[in-house]
Design a protein around this ligand. Structure first.
Ligand code: FES
Length: 352
């Protein structure tokens, strides 16, 4: 067995270890300090200062590029290099705004690193270990060191860099504010109404044919749209997104919610298809349990109980579309949804 370095024998089962005191390796100390060029040559120092300032100026140019690109290369409006609304217009917009922001952020970082590496104090200090809490004298000395460190960092003596940095840092948030100027108008009451109106027939989503009540078999599901909603309808895509609904037919005896049943027709119930969590289409229907499932985050709605949330992150039931049957036996809406469809927002209750 190997002896310890101090010549004693290690305890049984323990390998040899270095002695607590003495022996071991000599302290290698610090290598000789090499001064940087900017520490010894005033012209190099001035050059480094100019480089740092130039980088901050380039950052400002990047910010200006971002703002200009945001207005001159828009995807849907003015675009100097492509036709509005095309994929090329989106690409140019992304390219120039991304480039501007990248330049702006990168050169602030690069300037800070170059400043620290070339101009900030480069002294090496050795401090002996001492008890965790310093003496009062040491604490005072530390405060003095910090104060003098600030003086030595030369911030007060380098107004050019400080000014350039201040302008660069002040300009960057402007790039963030620019998009706010193009936010659209307030939605008004658009979120409270959909295309559905009293007497409007429910039509199959894929071919637009109206649905008769006797075509809806027990436990079946139909994806429906208002019959009059066509490509020619103003704001077709928005209206379509808001009006999407599903109808299911359950045995009325299973219904647990009188109000919900009375808003349907002989167990045929219509609900908004837009999840009340964050708006995915709720399109999965489990026939055995009569649950509708949102595939995005698994919110589950009980169709027998007014589409109440029984699982998942949604906070309120799917709004129910009141339905009736017209003289020819077709399903028609009894009116619009009684409350806004889709994700809950500020003035919608959040109780399940
Ligand atoms: S969008 Fe439906 S659960 Fe999240």
């Amino acid at each position: 067995m190997t002896d310890n370095l101090d010549g004693t024998h290690p305890a049984k089962g323990i390998s040899a270890v270095a002695p607590k005191e003495g022996g071991g390796f000599p302290n290698p100390g610090l290598p000789p300090h090499v001064h940087r060029q900017a520490d010894t040559d005033p012209r190099a120092e001035k050059r480094a200062e100019r480089v740092v300032a130039a980088m901050f100026v380039i950052s400002v140019l990047g910010t200006v590029l971002f703002i200009a690109a945001y207005f001159l290369f828009t995807p849907l409006g003015t675009n100097l290099l492509a036709e509005s609304g095309t994929l090329h217009a989106v690409r140019w917009s992304n390219l120039f705004t991304g480039l501007g922001l990248a330049i702006s952020v990168f050169f602030i970082g690069a300037a800070a690193v170059h400043w620290a590496k070339t101009l900030m104090p480069d002294d090496e200090w050795v401090e002996e270990r001492h008890p965790s809490r310093s003496s009062d004298e040491a604490r005072e000395a530390a405060a003095e060191i910090i104060t003098s460190g600030l003086d030595e960092s030369g911030i007060a003596r380098r107004p050019v860099i400080v000014s350039a940095m201040a302008v660069a840092l002040a300009a960057l948030p402007v790039a963030v504010l620019a998009p706010l100027s193009t936010l659209g108008p307030l939605p008004g009451n658009k979120l409270h109404h959909t295309f559905w109106e009293k007497g409007m027939r429910l039509a199959r989503d894929h071919d637009g044919t109206p649905i008769r009540a006797d075509e809806v078999a027990l436990n079946s599901i139909f994806h429906v749209m208002p019959e009059g909603l066509t490509q020619e309808t103003p704001n077709f895509m928005n209206e379509r997104a808001k009006a999407a609904a599903v109808i299911v037919r359950i045995d009325p005896a299973l219904g647990q919610n009188e109000e919900s049943l009375s808003n349907g027709y002989q167990g045929i119930l219509a609900f908004s298809k837009i999840c009340t969590h964050v708006g995915c289409p709720v399109a999965l229907y489990e026939q055995q349990t009569h649950h509708m499932l949102c595939p995005c985050h698994q919110s589950t709605f009980d169709v027998t109980d007014g589409a109440k949330v029984i699982f998942g992150p949604a906070h309120r039931p799917l709004p129910q579309l009141p339905i009736e049957v017209d003289d020819e036996g077709y399903l028609v809406a009894g009116g619009d949804f009684p409350e806004p469809i889709g994700p809950s927002f500020w003035n919608l209750h959040k109780d399940k």
